[in-house]
Structures are given as C-alpha cells and as structure tokens.
Design a protein. Structure first.
Length: 204
C-alpha cells in the first residue's frame, strides 16, 4: 500500500511526543443509555463505586484489544505509533484499576446495561469492511469520538464516586484521556492531508 512518508514522518514525531508526555492512565467503560450510534455510554442510573471500577477496567481492557487489532491491520506509521501508545497506557490502566479495587476492598460489578464489549465488536465489524487509507482514517476518527465521550463519562463518574481514592483515580486519568484525544485529532489531520494528496494524484 502506497504511503506519503514525508507527512507521516512528521506525524510519527508528533505522536511520540504526545506518548512521552502522557501519564499512562486509562479510560472508563460504557453502557448503552444515551448512546451515540452503536456505541455505549454510562447509564442514567446512579453508579456505585463497584460499577465505576468495572467500567474503568472494562474500558481499559477493550482499548487494549482494539488498539492491537488495528495495529495488526495497518501499515501507516502514525496510526501504528498511536495504537502502541494506547496499548501501553491502557494495559497499565488495567493493572492499576485491579490494584485499586483490592486496596479499597471493592469488587468491580458491571452495570446491568453495560455494552462495552458489544460496542467494540461493532467497531471492529465496521472497520473490517475498510482497507488502506479509508481504514486508517475511520480508526483515527473513531478514537476522536471515543475519547470525547470518555472524557464526559469520566467527569460524570467523578461526581458520583463515593470512595475518595476512586474519585482521585478518575481525576488522574483525565489528562491522559485529553492527550489521547489531542493525538487522535493530529493523526486524523495528517491522514486527511494524505488523502488529499492521493486524490489529487488520481485525478492527474
């Protein structure tokens, strides 16, 4: 697959800088109420700390799975670098949430309407139908939407958490979510520029 390496080279540097700056934290899971198309959100019912811990861990776990899945299917250097950052941060997030649950003696329990893994399967099915630059761009745009909603959900869960340590953990993950969002936006701009170059060449 042909790639415009000059633009992507700049993107690799930008993604690496974001990855180095990001605190390796995680982001929360989703359930189906108030969902965007085929995606879950946190339930409208008030969440317990057990629910919050389960959603944090589930969100981290599903991001590890999806980032690895995308990395296996792309040759774009910028997207591969981004997925490596997600895999690293969210793998650590799984470990940290597991340790937090033990420390505060709260057993994670998913909300009854949690659709985290169903949502992930939908994303994989949609991306699997695409190839090349279309696949890369769709994946990067997914992570823009995903992180915007995760930031909103995390801010809501901070307000609902009873345990102070759980609340602090949620607060600590916000900077990393914002770093991931910024990196996804930068990656998408780079891919859009590449798409424009390819389209112009095709018209010649």
């Amino acid at each position: 697959m042909t790639r415009i390496w000059a633009g992507v080279g700049v993107m690799v540097v930008a993604i690496a800088a974001v990855a180095a700056a990001a605190q390796p934290r995680a982001h929360a899971g989703r359930s189906q109420v108030r969902a965007r198309p085929a995606a879950g959100r946190v339930t409208q019912a008030r969440l317990s700390d057990a629910n919050i811990l389960a959603m944090m861990k589930g969100g981290d776990s599903v991001e590890v799975v999806l980032s690895k899945w995308v990395r296996e299917r792309t040759t774009n250097a910028g997207l591969r670098s981004y997925t490596e950052m997600l895999t690293r941060d969210h793998s650590k997030g799984v470990r940290e949430v597991t340790a937090l649950a033990r420390r505060v003696h709260i057993r994670p329990q998913s909300p009854a309407d949690d659709t985290t893994w169903q949502h992930n399967q939908h994303v994989e099915d949609r991306l699997a139908a695409l190839k090349g630059l279309a696949f890369d761009t769709a994946a990067s745009r997914h992570w823009i939407r995903d992180h915007r909603h995760d930031i909103q959900d995390t801010e809501r869960m901070m307000k609902e958490a009873h345990n102070a340590e759980v609340r602090r953990s949620l607060e600590a993950e916000l900077p990393t979510l914002r770093q991931h969002l910024t990196a996804a936006e930068a990656l998408t701009r780079a891919l859009d520029r590449e798409h424009g170059v390819v389209a112009r060449r095709a018209r010649r």
